[in-house]
Design a protein around this ligand. Sequence first.
Ligand code: NAD
Ligand code: IPM
Ligand code: MN
Length: 387
Amino acid sequence: MLLATKLRGLEAPKPAASSQEPAASSQKCYFSAVTKDAARRRIAVVPGDGIGKEVIAQALQVIRATGAPVDFTEFDWSADRYLRDGTTIPADGFAMLTRDYDAVFVGALGDPRVPSNVHAKDILLGMRFKMDLYANVRPVKCLDDSLCPLKNRKASEIDFVVIRENTEGPYVDVGGVFKQGTPDEVAVQEDVNTRKGVERVIRYAFEYARRHGRKKVLMTDKANVMTYAHGLWQRVFKEVAAEYADIGAQHMYVDALCMHMVRDPGQFDVIVTNNMFGDIITDLAAALQGGLGMAASGNIHPERTSMFEPVHGSAPPFAGKNIANPIGAILTAAMMLDHLGRASEAKKINDAVLEAVRQKKTTQDIGGSLGTRECGEWIQQQVTGNR
Ligand code: NAD
Ligand code: IPM
Ligand code: MN
């Protein structure tokens, strides 16, 4: 990093000096132009594992094509790195990301060579928890009728947003096993729901609805069974909803919600839910958009450095074959630029993706015949042409 800076005579973005990493093996800096401009945004990039690396490479090219004033610093936190030297993420990694970067862009983490998934937990869940990225925003928009898997439904009927609590629930790893390996074994995993955590994500959902001209917020839970944990969600939802008279408030149990998402998705606007249900319903929702390769997400703390990643994972069977759909990552890049105040560049990306889908300049999973790289390049050229 220092070498690159010296060679070009430029001022580097704030150095990640405290990351305690050998720069050559762990970080690469890219300077797209002069970096002294205070308006420039610094983005930490973690391509991760499997197809994460392939789709992020394409998304970065598309961001560059917009001409947005951003600089990327790449980190090699991944299964490869973990298997090489045992590092998942350096000790001060989260503090460094929050301090030195305006956003983090992640591919995917997960590799069959690390069956414990420890590196993914440390890096991905670590960012969500330790950077306190409490609202996981997952837009669900079907871009073209050809992608809609539902009979007699139009793409225009599928346009809602799931806001998933991102720092609590069973994900916090409170629990344990007792008498492991015996017939009397007991396994307990607590579903942790705090008043503060529930309230802030519900409030975020109402604020999001207002900001984006959405008309209603639906909270989904399983309060008929999880009477304590989701009873809290019900009480808090009623209280917060009362403060937003201009936005409708509705409730649905999550099992019924899944049925309605397939039978009549047009009724949804903003859905807010807990961590685990949010995870599950957004894979179902991804199918409404044409598949996991199409779904974008942002892990947001409104006042801090936020992290952006496609909804899909590392898809090991697809890795290295140039077949993964890069559009989920590219739409995620647009979300990130929008979040960083670059709405016009984000729109250029969204428009280019729409055109790619309409002209079938896509990968096979959504009906095209291009590879990951070729699809990314087509979208990149479309963006360049619109500058
Ligand atoms: P996955 O999302 O990686 O893949 C499931 C299936 O969805 C694939 O087999 C493929 O058919 C399809 N798919 C996913 N992404 C696609 C794309 N870009 N283009 C075309 N098709 C695509 O889920 P999985 O197989 O359950 O998990 C694989 C690994 O990824 C696991 O280790 C898991 O823990 C991890 N994972 C990571 C993240 C993340 O980093 N955010 C998210 C989900 C899963
Ligand atoms: C997601 C993923 C993660 C989750 C896994 C990889 C821990 O499925 O981002 O949707 O469960 O949140
Ligand atoms: Mn998931």
